[in-house]
Design a protein around this ligand. Sequence first.
Ligand code: NAD
Length: 270
Amino acid sequence: MANNLLEGKRGIISGALDENSIAWKVALKAKEQGASFVLTNAPIALRMGAINKLAEQCNAEIIPADATSVEDIENLFSKSTEVLGGKLDFVLHSIGMSPNVRKGKDYGDLNYDWMLKSMDISAISFHKMMAVAEKQDAMNEWGSILALSYIAAQRTFPDYSDMAQAKAMLESIARSYGERFARLKNVRVNTISQSPTMTTAGSGVGGFDVFMDYADKMSPLGNASADACADYCVSMFSDLTRMVTMQNLMHDGGFSSSGITERLVEQLKK
Ligand SMILES: NC(=O)c1ccc[n+]([C@@H]2O[C@H](COP(=O)([O-])OP(=O)(O)OC[C@H]3O[C@@H](n4cnc5c(N)ncnc54)[C@H](O)[C@@H]3O)[C@@H](O)[C@H]2O)c1
């Protein structure tokens, strides 16, 4: 479905680790819609090498950056505008990691240094990216900046642990920086709150497959796939959504508005 929605647009796409990554699908769809962009990920993730295949497919350069390092982000933005030949129209923040989740820490026994790391990687990095973009005047007027969130920011899902706090902060940063960037450059800033999706980050959460099944049955349209999420990201990068900003946009097949569904009742009756 190539409509050239992103013809002539330049951007940065972070977080493509492997073919399952949401960012991987966004890159493919953005390419299909005529965008040119730079891919980025943490140096340690780049060593896995899968991203080279995507870079080749998208004719994109890879610029390593640890999203917690302002220096790396400065280098990312200045090199990106150089490589792409102008200011940016879109940025995707598709980054999340909690050492507490990864190492199976109980919520009542969190390692607080790790908790700070979760916040830094998964939320504050979004602020860092936008602050660098602002200081370098790297965004074009009416550009679009997006991060990926999850409904654990609003409701409790026990195994999501401190990532719930990270997502709440991420969404709050989108509102605060959204106001600022709108005023400065008419740039819009939003988060997309995506259904549970089978990726490396997703499957790190305990009981994930059971939970995916529950979410699917609680969503009248079923779980939104990574591909569908990529379509939504593309529409948010396009000129068709110029007046949408400071929003947390639910992309969840109706999960967030459902009390219960017939499919779930049927299952519970068994
Ligand atoms: N999978 C889900 O169920 C789900 C649901 C809602 C939201 N999300 C969010 O979507 C985003 C993308 O995750 P995904 O599901 O595609 O999984 P993923 O594991 O493919 O992507 C996460 C990415 O974060 C990167 N990353 C981690 N630490 C980093 C650092 N210090 N610097 C730079 N990059 C770093 C990883 O290398 C990886 O590419 C995350 O924000 C995640 O929380 C995922």
